[in-house]
Design a protein around this ligand. Structure first.
Ligand code: ZN
Length: 79
């Protein structure tokens, strides 16, 4: 894995790296980027998840994810 692309420009490291905080049952942490943050109040640090694990999706977002997963399922060859 490359770490190229990290800028050394002033202020570039202000953005904290936050990957999805979801853990599988066996303790393996999700490797997806946590692009979806949620905080119940300004006093609570924001938690981050990938889209698939984000627990605060709207109904429309849930439907979009479901369609995407079903499309992936349909791409498998079932014999
Ligand atoms: Zn995830």
């Amino acid at each position: 894995m490359s770490i190229e692309g990290h800028s050394s420009a002033p202020g570039a490291n202000v953005i904290v790296e936050h990957y999805c905080e979801h853990h599988d049952a066996d303790g393996t942490r999700c490797k997806e980027w946590g692009g979806w943050g949620h905080s119940p109040s300004p006093a609570v640090p924001t938690r981050w998840w990938c889209f698939e694990h984000f627990p605060h999706k709207s109904y429309e977002q849930e439907q979009a994810l479901r369609r995407k997963l079903e499309a992936a399922e349909g791409g498998k060859i079932i014999q």
